[in-house]
Each structure stands twice: as C-alpha cells, then as structure tokens.
Design a binder for this molecule. Sequence first.
Ligand SMILES: NC(=O)c1ccc[n+]([C@@H]2O[C@H](COP(=O)([O-])OP(=O)(O)OC[C@H]3O[C@@H](n4cnc5c(N)ncnc54)[C@H](OP(=O)(O)O)[C@@H]3O)[C@@H](O)[C@H]2O)c1
Length: 275
Amino acid sequence: MAREDLQIGFIGGGNMAQAIIAGLLRAGHAPGAITVAEPAPAVRARLVGLNPSIGATHSNADVAGRAAVLVLAVKPQVMPDVLAELSAARRPAGQLIISVAAGVTLQTLRLALAGSDAVRAMPNQPALIGEGMTALAAATDLGETGRAKAEYIAGSTGKTLWIADEALMDAVTAVSGSGPAYFYLLMEIMEQAAVELGLPAEVARTLVRQTALGAARAANLPGNEPATLRAGVTSPGGTTAAALAVLEQAGLRETLQRAITAARDRGAELGRSSR
Ligand SMILES: NC(=O)c1ccc[n+]([C@@H]2O[C@H](COP(=O)([O-])OP(=O)(O)OC[C@H]3O[C@@H](n4cnc5c(N)ncnc54)[C@H](OP(=O)(O)O)[C@@H]3O)[C@@H](O)[C@H]2O)c1
C-alpha cells in the first residue's frame, strides 16, 4: 500500500491534530484515509472543512478500530481517560500509536495499549505553517517500518529528529515545544521598545519580524554558529556591544536557563499526573 493511503486516525481534533492533518494533505495524503475523533461538533465541522473526505466522528472507538496509525492529540490531563477507553476498544493488530502529549511516557502508552508499538512525539506550534520541529522517541524494538511511518506523519509539518534517550523528551518539550513562545516574547518586547523610542508601530513590527526571520535563517545555514554571527555584528565599543552588556549584566543567560529548566520540570510533572 502507498504510504499516502495509510489509514491514520486522530484522537482529539484540536490545534495539533489540525496542523498534522493540514501537513498530510499538503504532502498528498488521501483525505479519505484520515479519520478524527473529536467531541466538539464545531471542531469536527472545521476538520471536514479542511477536506470533505476526512472522516470526523465523536467516537474514539470507531477511529481506533480502523486506524493503522493512531495519533493521540489530546491534552495530557485527558490522557488517562482516553487510554482507558482505547484499551477496551477493538483495535487492528500491529497498530502504531503516536502520542504528541507532553510528559506522557512510552511506558504509560505501552502498558495501557499492550500489543501496540508506540512513538512519543513533541511537535511545536510552527507545525501549523509547515515549519514545525518534531522530536520523536521510541523503544529500541520499534522496527524500520514503524519509524518510517512516524517520520512520514511528523515530517509533513516540518523537520523531525529522533531522541535516543526518552528521558530527554521533557528537555525537548522545554526547548522546542515551548520554545516558539520565548522568541515571540522577545519580539513583543523589542516591538514595544521600538515604539517607546519613537518608531511608528507598523515600522517597529516590520523591523523586528524581518530581523528575527533573517537572524533565524542566517543561524540555520550550514557552518554558521549563533555565537560567531553575534561576534560578527558586535564591534568593540559599538551599539550592539552596548545592548549586549546590559543584557549580560541583567542576567539574561541565567534567567533563560532557569526558565527552560522550569518548563522541563513542569513537563515531567504533567507526565506524572497523566499516569
Ligand atoms: N499546540 C502546541 O503547540 C503543542 C505543541 C506540542 C505538543 N502539543 C500537545 O498536543 C496535544 C494537543 O494539544 P492541542 O494544542 O492540539 O490541544 P487542543 O487544541 O485543546 O486539542 C485537543 C482536542 O482534544 C479534544 N478532546 C478532549 N477530550 C477528548 C477525548 N476524551 N477524546 C477525544 N478528544 C478529546 C478537545 O476537545 P474539547 O476542546 O471539546 O475538550 C480538543 O479539541 C497536547 O497533549 C499537547 O501537549 C501541543
């Protein structure tokens, strides 16, 4: 069977499920091979709006009963109920489970859904525009076919990489899962500062957003390192040096380190409460 015809089911049809479904449709996946279980009728209508051939239902058991790959896209807090329901449902042999929920471990998934292979995925919000970053973790016994299916689905929304040690997935959540928010905050602060210095809001917006985009693209080129790029724009005694000195003195490095550690710890806590 062509991978575009793989039967993919989603439990939960919210933001992340919609981002992945949009990515799959962009990649040419057959819309009729996608089914979604979602309790909210308005959200189901939005899903069918993406493509009328997508199957949308309120029944988790119906979706689980036909999917070769089942993507669990519900909040971690809801996961215990969903896993209990799915463990009682009839599901195809060899079904691959992919969970995108922060903190929910492979062991939790495999204990609840015995007989299924499981992949833990941590996507991020730019998945919505095909610029996502998804880290994947699986038990060592997951075969090449299972890995390829997970890469195909997650890869439809952007980049993917595998994390060998699942214990590091909470750190991944703190860096790339929550990471877009850190850059958004920086952009908000820079736009506000620009306006306070007298620039019109529209000008501030363009200056900040194009600067962020340009810096991200430059840092992403092979061989480029942020520290080297930064040194390249920081002349001794110059304007950039004046700004960076204030940031260093204010403890930006330590503050961000503490922030990312707090996100990592919260991810672990959410995982414990979803067991
Ligand atoms: N959004 C992100 O940037 C992001 C990034 C990384 C990981 N994630 C992970 O992705 C998962 C989903 O996040 P999201 O942002 O897509 O959340 P969301 O928009 O709230 O989507 C979750 C959907 O699941 C539905 N739902 C609730 N209970 C359900 C049940 N028992 N069975 C089936 N569906 C149910 C919800 O419906 P109701 O609204 O009616 O309750 C909602 O539509 C979370 O675990 C999150 O950790 C999200």
